[in-house]
Design a protein around this ligand. Structure first.
Ligand code: PEP
Length: 247
């Protein structure tokens, strides 16, 4: 029961133009032979075209953020309903770049998770400490607070993915030791079990932060690591597929 299917998710951030479809097609072709689930989250401008392009393949398309409301007077924002309508199946929420660039706190992330659930999108909720917090030995406490306050009641193995992304490891080429990753992932699962009981055993916890083809096998073999959230290395089909094959 509660076998956790490995998920490799790519976060393209603010990268990609229509011509990036060549990489997408390479990923879709490679996905057919994989045992893991493969998800690409392009910028919202490419979402509908990408989703149409990969229809019928095993590659899934997701988004990078959503607004909590269904529709209305929110200039420049995009609702979960719109993402779903464009063909997304998942949405990254609470990424550290959103938390930093747009002052997103746990309360807004929680409201966005509810919006994702309202439409049937799978939320990938990101948590992680800064370098200063890590050096002050506060990583577990920070992540515990973020998981407690960003995840609404009603989470289950089917409707939630968590991504642990130490901020100092994002885009830096630095990664935590596998012991540190295992410790934080274990903490996250414990926090989930306190609230959601046995469901917590089935909730996937991804690691993110400088995952590359050459470190993916080690990171993905770490206890309680159920996949990866990949930034830079998800932009090229060859790198992204190499990570997925290492799982
Ligand atoms: C990310 O920001 O989600 C991420 C993991 O980035 P990178 O892989 O480039 O460190």
């Amino acid at each position: 029961p509660n076998a956790r299917r490995t998920l490799i998710a790519g976060n393209w951030k603010m990268n990609g133009l229509r011509q990036s479809k060549a990489e997408l097609r390479g990923m879709a072709a490679g996905a057919e032979a994989l045992a893991v689930e493969l998800l690409v989250c392009p910028p919202v401008t490419l979402l509908a075209a990408f989703a149409a392009d990969v229809a019928g393949t095993r590659l899934m398309i997701g988004a990078q953020d959503c607004h909590p409301a269904e529709s209305g007077a929110h200039t420049g924002d995009v609702s979960a309903e719109m993402l779903k309508d464009a063909g997304a199946v998942a949405v990254i929420l609470g990424h550290s770049e959103r938390r930093a660039d747009h002052q997103e706190g746990d309360a807004i992330v929680k409201a966005k998770v509810k919006a994702a659930w309202r439409t049937g999108l799978l939320p990938i909720v990101c948590v992680g400490e800064t370098l200063a917090e890590r050096e002050a030995d506060e990583a577990a406490a920070i992540v515990t607070r973020q998981v407690r306050q960003s995840v609404p009641d009603g989470a289950s193995a089917a409707n939630l993915v968590i991504a642990y992304e130490p901020i100092w490891a994002i885009g830096t080429g630095r990664t935590p030791t596998t012991d540190d990753v295992a410790q934080i992932h274990g903490t996250i699962r414990h926090v989930l079990a306190e609230r959601f009981g046995g469901e917590a055993d089935g909730i996937r916890i991804l690691y993110g932060g400088s995952v590359k083809p050459d470190n993916a096998a080690t990171l993905l073999a770490t206890p309680d690591v159920d996949g990866a959230l990949v930034g830079g290395a998800s932009l090229k089909a060859a790198d992204f597929l190499a990570i997925a094959r290492a799982a």
